[in-house]
Design a protein around this ligand. Structure first.
Ligand SMILES: O=C(O)c1cc(=O)[nH]c(=O)n1[C@@H]1O[C@H](COP(=O)(O)O)[C@@H](O)[C@H]1O
Length: 274
C-alpha cells in the first residue's frame, strides 16, 4: 500500500488529522525513567500504544534518537509501530538534503533500514537531491516549504526576482512540488501552523498535495485557523503535535495523559471542519 493510501485509511478509520510526534527527550520522561536514554523505546512505545486509534500518522524525529546513540531503539520502535499500529503510516522526520549519491544512502536508511512510509526533506539542494527518494515508489516525501520557526523568514520569504511573477522562495517550492518535481505523485509540503496565512497561500498553489503541519501545541500555532487554511476535499492535512502530547504529564500516568491530550487535539481539529 502507498503512503497516501495508508494516510487516507488511517485518517478515515481514526477520524483524525492528528500526527503524534515522537521527540523523546529523556530529561522530560516520567519519574521512573527520567534521564535514562535506554528508556527511549519504552517511553515511545507506550505513547504509540495509547494513541494508535487517535492518530492519522506518527512522526519520529531522528535527532532525538541519534543524539543518544539510540538508533537501535528507533529500529525497534519502527517494528513496534508496524506490529501494534499497522494502519498508521510513519513519517520519519529526518530533514535530509544532500547530493544525489549521498541522498541514495539517506533514502536507503529511511525506507530500508527503518521502513518508514514517508520522510521529511530539505529542498535547498534542488531536484537531484530529492530524486533518490522518489525511486522508492509509493513512499512519501515532504519538502520543507514554509517552516514553523521564526527564522523560516530569513530565506523562505525572499523574493525570486529572476522568476516570472517574482514569487517568494516558499511559493516557488510549492509550485515545483505540485508540478514538475512531483513525477510519481509522492511529494507533500511542510508548512507551519504558526503561519496560517502562508498555509492558505501554499494551498492555493498546491491544491492537492498533502500538507504536514507542525506547530500546534508547544509552539502555539492556531489549530482552527490551520484546518481552515489547509484542509481541502482532495488536499489532506496532517497536523503534528509532539511535546504537548508526550509530556502532558510528568508522572506515571504519562501515557493516559498523552492519550487525553491527543483526543482533545483531534477534537479541536475535527470541530474546525464544521
Ligand atoms: O519537519 C518538521 O516536522 C518540522 C517542520 C517545521 O517547520 N517545524 C517543526 O516544528 N517541525 C518538527 O515538528 C515537531 C514539533 O514539535 P512540537 O513543537 O513539540 O509540537 C519537531 O519534531 C520539529 O522538528
Amino acid at each position: 500500500m502507498t503512503f497516501l493510501d495508508m494516510l487516507r485509511n488511517a485518517a478515515t478509520q481514526n477520524n483524525s488529522m492528528l500526527c503524534v510526534g515522537l521527540d523523546p527527550e529523556p530529561t522530560r520522561f516520567p519519574t521512573g525513567m527520567r534521564g535514562d536514554p535506554h528508556k527511549i523505546y519504552d517511553f515511545c512505545a507506550a505513547i504509540v500504544d495509547s494513541t494508535a486509534d487517535v492518530a492519522c500518522a506518527f512522526k519520529p524525529q531522528i535527532a532525538y534518537f541519534a543524539a543518544h546513540g539510540a538508533e537501535d531503539q528507533l529500529e525497534r520502535l519502527m517494528q513496534h509501530m508496524r506490529c501494534n499500529a499497522p494502519q498508521v503510516p510513519v513519517i520519519l522526520d529526518a530533514k535530509r538534503g544532500d547530493i544525489g549519491s549521498t541522498a541514495e544512502q539517506y533514502a536507503k536508511e529511511a525506507f530500508e533500514r527503518y521502513g518508514a512510509d514517508a520522510v521529511t526533506l530539505s529542498p535547498f539542494m534542488g531536484f537531484d537531491s530529492i530524486e533518490p527518494y522518489l525511486a522508492y515508489h509509493g513512499k512519501g516525501a515532504f519538502l520543507l516549504c514554509r517552516t514553523s520557526n521564526p527564522g523560516g523568514d530569513d530565506l523562505q520569504n525572499q523574493r525570486l526576482a529572476s522568476i516570472e511573477g517574482q514569487p517568494l522562495l516558499y511559493e516557488h517550492v510549492a509550485r515545483l512540488a505540485q508540478g514538475p518535481w512531483n513525477r510519481n505523485g509522492q511529494l507533500g509540503l511542510v508548512v507551519g501552523a504558526t503561519y496560517p496565512q502562508e498555509i492558505e497561500r501554499v494551498r492555493s498553489i498546491a491544491p492537492t498535495l498533502p500538507l504536514l503541519i507542525p506547530g500546534v501545541g508547544a509552539q502555539g500555532g492556531d489549530a482552527v485557523a490551520t484546518v481552515r487554511a489547509g484542509r481541502r476535499t482532495n488536499g489532506p492535512i496532517i497536523v503534528n503535535s509532539s511535546r504537548a502530547i508526550l509530556y502532558a504529564s510528568g508522572g506515571d500516568d504519562f501515557a493516559a495523559a498523552a492519550r487525553h491530550e491527543a483526543l482533545r487535539t483531534r477534537a479541536v481539529l475535527q470541530a474546525a471542519c464544521g
